[in-house]
Write a new protein. Structure first.
Length: 284
């Protein structure tokens, strides 16, 4: 953005008053509410030219950065594919990753945990212009008792106004298994006495799938950003973090047990000392 041009008033011509010639007068130059002289005004105009050159370079840099991002996104794809194939052989890999993550785990209730046991793969892909991305969740549709979809996707993009927006796949819930409805909303299913209605034991509304369906504030969707920026680049660290926690717990248990042993030893020493004192008194 160019600097605001300073306002320059014209120099007034010499005038006569009572026969005396008055010197020309000049209104001070004003720029941004600050009065400056001619030298400062010349400097401002030069700064504006330099700033235009800087802005042009910044635009060129943005174009080059976009090209680099696009190139490396393509280079990463074979590695993501290889990782997905390896992950497929580990039961509940993504469920464990989500459950071990400090932020994402806050979305997981009992119903979510059960539904996500059928999650087989997660895929995050950026748009070609790097201005949006999508998160795809792949499920074992044959075994999943909650919904029929094999893939559900949440996409983030810029709308026609240039504002962040999102949209999600419609989840095709099976009868009596809708995790995002209040229990009272399934009264018709419950009244039917169907086996599906009797089996549903999840009374709390799912926070995870409610987030998935929520399109109200794409710019403030921290969970989508968490999956894209934190989990997706290296999910293995969160899959393994549970083992680290268990080791810490074991260490704590060992410390407690060690402390108890020391206390027992101290008590035995105290008993021995008391016994010695009693014998000394008898001898006396």
């Amino acid at each position: 953005m160019s600097a605001p041009a300073a306002k320059i008033s014209k120099t007034t011509a010499p005038t006569k008053k009572n026969g005396d010639v008055q010197t020309p007068t000049e209104t001070p130059i004003s720029g941004g509410g600050i009065e400056v002289d001619k030298a400062a005004q010349a400097a401002i105009e030069e700064i504006d030219k330099v700033q235009c050159d800087i802005d042009k370079l910044n635009e060129e840099a943005s174009e080059e950065i976009l090209k680099v991002e696009q190139r490396f996104n393509k280079l990463r794809q074979p590695h993501y594919k290889a990782r997905a194939e390896l992950v497929a052989g580990i039961p509940n890999f993504w469920l464990t990753v989500f459950d071990n993550h400090p932020q994402l785990s806050t979305l997981l209730g009992d119903g979510d945990m059960e539904a996500l046991t059928f999650l087989t793969n997660v895929d995050v892909s950026e748009n070609e212009d790097i201005k949006g991305y999508s998160i795809s969740l792949h499920f074992d549709a044959e075994k999943n008792p909650f919904f029929e979809n094999s893939v559900i996707t949440k996409e983030y993009y810029l709308n026609e106004s240039g504002e962040p927006a999102s949209k999600s796949t419609e989840i095709k819930w099976k009868p009596g298994k809708n995790l995002v409805k209040e229990p009272k909303e399934d009264e018709a299913v419950a009244a039917s006495g169907s086996k599906a209605a009797r089996k549903r034991g999840h009374k709390d509304v799912s926070l995870f799938f409610t987030w998935f369906n929520d399109q109200s504030d794409a710019s403030g969707d921290d969970f989508g950003e968490t999956i894209k920026e934190d989990i997706w680049p290296n999910p293995l660290q969160y899959f393994l973090s549970q083992g680290d926690d268990d080791e810490d717990d074991d260490d704590d248990d060992d410390e407690v047990e060690g402390g108890e042993d020391e206390d027992d030893d101290d008590e035995e020493d105290d008993d021995d000392e008391e016994g010695d004192d009693d014998e000394d008194e008898k001898d006396a």
